[in-house]
Design a binder for this molecule. Structure first.
Ligand SMILES: *Cc1c(COP(=O)(O)O)cnc(C)c1O
Length: 221
């Protein structure tokens, strides 16, 4: 059995979906996984996604997981299924604007900074709460986006306790947001956390979607 089937079987016992992270990987390898039944794929660069999208079957759900610049939203707004990496109100407004132009609603995650290292993107608590206050205001005008969850990346470390602590923090922040801001939004129910190296811990901590690349496709060069 290959890694894909092993992971799919593992996830069957849980509430967690698999996002196959295909960044840097060629069309042929994506198609191989597609033929095994995978439909959710994630990319981290707009340019790469825009090149791959027309070459692959249209029933693939494409998720953007990498940092997104406001001036690039327009290129993916017509087809993107979901954006995991929203980290500012400015970006949220831009996605809303482009979604409106395309006459659709784009589901998004707010990316939260949970790791120790400084380089990872994402908002911390106060900016997160500010975004949510805007979003829940009656006059926000944010009618073409829907916040469906929180996304986070743990510190790259061997220390499993540290990773678990960070994922638990994101889960409890999710609960707080649900109770305080989004109790009336039934679609706010997703936690995007867990990658090749730490997804079993993420699942234990309540992840609903794991983003797995190298374990499925092999190491990236
Ligand atoms: C590349 C990437 C992943 C997948 O990483 P792997 O370690 O290859 O599983 C997950 N999330 C984000 C945001 C990524 O950029």
């Amino acid at each position: 059995m290959n890694n894909y089937q092993t992971i799919v079987d593992e996830l069957k016992k849980t509430n967690t979906r698999l996002l196959a992270v295909s960044k840097t990987k060629p069309i042929s390898e994506i198609l191989k996984l597609y033929q095994e039944g995978q439909r959710l794929f994630g990319e981290n660069k707009v340019q790469e996604l825009v090149e791959k999208y027309p070459l692959l079957p249209k029933d693939i759900e494409w998720h953007l997981i990498g940092h997104l610049q406001t001036n690039k939203v327009k290129y993916i707004a017509p087809f993107i299924a979901c954006i995991h990496s929203v980290d500012s109100l400015k970006l949220l407004f831009e996605i809303n604007k482009e979604a409106q132009k395309n006459n659709r609603i784009i589901p998004v995650f707010i990316q939260v900074h949970i790791a120790q290292d400084q380089t990872k993107y994402g908002v911390v608590e106060i900016p997160l709460f500010e975004i949510l206050e805007y979003y829940t205001a009656d006059n926000s005008g944010l009618k073409n986006i829907e916040i469906i969850g929180l996304m986070g990346m743990a510190t790259l470390t061997e220390d499993e306790e540290q990773i678990e602590k960070e994922f638990k923090k994101l889960k409890s922040l999710f609960n707080h947001v649900k109770e305080t801001y989004l109790f009336h939004k039934e679609n706010f129910k997703e936690l995007s956390m867990g990658m090749s190296s730490d997804y079993p811990i993420a699942i234990r901590c309540g992840s609903t979607i794991v983003r797995i690349g190298s374990l499925l496709f092999g190491k990236r060069s």
